[in-house]
Design a protein around this ligand. Sequence first.
Ligand code: URA
Length: 430
Amino acid sequence: MTDAVSLIRAKRDGQRLADDDIRWLFEAYARHEVADEQMSALLMAIYFRGLDRAELRTWTAAMIASGDRLDLSSVGRPTVDKHSTGGVGDKVSLILAPLVAACGAAVPQLSGRGLGHTGGTLDKLDSIPGFRSALTPDETLAVLASAGCVICAAGSGLAPADRRLYALRDVTGTVESIPLIASSIMSKKIAEGTSALVLDVKVGSGAFMTSYERARELAETMVALGEEHGVRTRALLTRMDVPLGRAVGNAVEVEESVQALQGHGPADLMEVTLALARQMLALAGIAGNTAGDPAAAIADGRALAAYRAMVRAQGGDPDAPLPQAAHTRVLPAPASGWLTGLDALKVGIAAWRLGAGRARKEDDVSASAGIICLAKPGEAVQAGQPLLELRADEPERFGPALAVLEGAAAVSDQGPPPPVSPVISEVGPA
Ligand code: URA
């Protein structure tokens, strides 16, 4: 028999937590016998001392056991999902889920909302008139069976301990801990019941992880956790120094995703999406023939058809006009030459200030606010030509957004920068 203070002291002093103690902790926390301030102190001790591999496995298992685990065995197709650690202009899920479904897998994508400068998949989809992102478990299964993919909110029954822990981490400076991030993400993904998972771990100014080393450590930790819990898991490390694609916001990203499904996606967005799709199909055991070729599924319209089926099955009208912002403003290029950089963090914060993101979980977001990148790094620009188009519902939002965009664009007269692939490397089980 243990108690919360002993566990806090042990972790504070660098000792391991025993499996039984971790299980006790989560059970007692669920019964409100461990107080939030005690859990917060333990999270801070973990922030400094970490969790070793075995502790993290048990910690994650206890988070999963705090709620339900979906059973997707009735779906009748191999299930595979993707999770992104979040970025600016990251609309990959909207394209990828129907794309992989069109190739024969089932994609149960239980997603979250955006917080801070990175957007959330559900906020983007909610800009489609009629679209419902809150589904019951039965509705989730029905959409998955009919459309091959579903993108909806993770219900309150999946890893409920994570919701409470995340709220504490958010206000106690303990979000940025690799074991806490890995257990938070993986507990929800494992509880969702997918058989396989591909992680898109973003690296760069606009990402959670700004250094390659930390991103790789996070990727390796999550891949190990997935595999230990019976979920075939791989990760791709992808660049997030520059917004992905050209649109940053909600409705504007839906629009760009539909264009991508019609075969007109920007090169960087398509490279990341197709790389993730190929990993997902390989893990699902569907690859190597035309039906399982994601590029072919875009070219022949199957991916777009799957997207339209999913939107309809979730109550949305894929043909309805998307909300348009009442006001626009243009940011001009600061000089002539080649655009060598467009800082993802600054663009993400600007889109957030325009209304596309939220500062607190309870806030509303604007469906139509956002930014269109009219030029991307590698392209030639003339001083004064429009570089970014800012969109907002209220004109007073432009001032704070333009202020953060100061210095966001780098222009050089030394010739075009060498092309860089947005996909950096792949991480599999050790
Ligand atoms: N996303 C999550 O779901 N949890 C974290 O801890 C960080 C990002």
